[in-house]
Design a protein around this ligand. Sequence first.
Ligand code: DGL
Length: 264
Amino acid sequence: MRSDAPILLFDSGVGGLTVLAELRKLLPQAPVIYAADNAGLPYGAKSEAEVAARVCGLLGRMAERWQPRLICIACNTASTIALAMVREVLEVPIVGTVPAIKPAAALTCTGVIGVLGTEATIRQGYLDRLEARFAADKRLLRHGAGDLVALAEAKLRGEPPPPAAIEAAIAGLLAQHGAKTLDTVVLACTHFPLLLPELAQAFGPSVRFVDGAEGIARRIAHLTEGHDFERTGPDRAVTTGPLAAWQMLAPALSRYGLKRLETF
Ligand code: DGL
């Protein structure tokens, strides 16, 4: 293993930065390539077949080009749909991002948990299995809030999200039977923690939020324990979309230590 072999973080857009932020705390010296499939954004509105084909195809080509020591699919939609498939075709260790149902079940006092994800994530059998395993005695209220993805992307470009747009995106959750006693919300899309202050405002003080970023970072640190890390240049942020749009995110990407912007 070369000491400059990167950890590859992959998402459809800027959502994976919430995982990168936690990873930096544990492995500040690790070389990272952050890859965003902006040409495919949003994954949440796509079919399972489309997401699986994109993710498997892109990660295969990226792994060949960069020889990463580990790949993190920092996207709930891609992970709940394609994690098993990607693991089957690639030799590299793959860490996925799955909805944080287990910690939410441990945290809730009322037993009512909201799950905010993309439309594609909330319909996955993967989520049914997590519910059966960790929250069978709880009540899970699922809601597809894909509109929050574009609001998070815009926020990182410097456009503050209008409170009414946040409220509209979560209204379908609050309208569900039992939502009055909701005390915990799982942010089951890596974009959503980027909107934490806005979501906290919209839900009010009785609701706590849980996401998987810290646990994923711990898993990556565990799997790379004992590795040598050497950064030979600035960390890269790579997009499958147009460079001009990517460059509008340069100030935000730079705050996460990503100083070199490229297209794939
Ligand atoms: N960040 C992705 C996730 O965690 C979703 C964004 C999208 O819809 O592309 O699910």
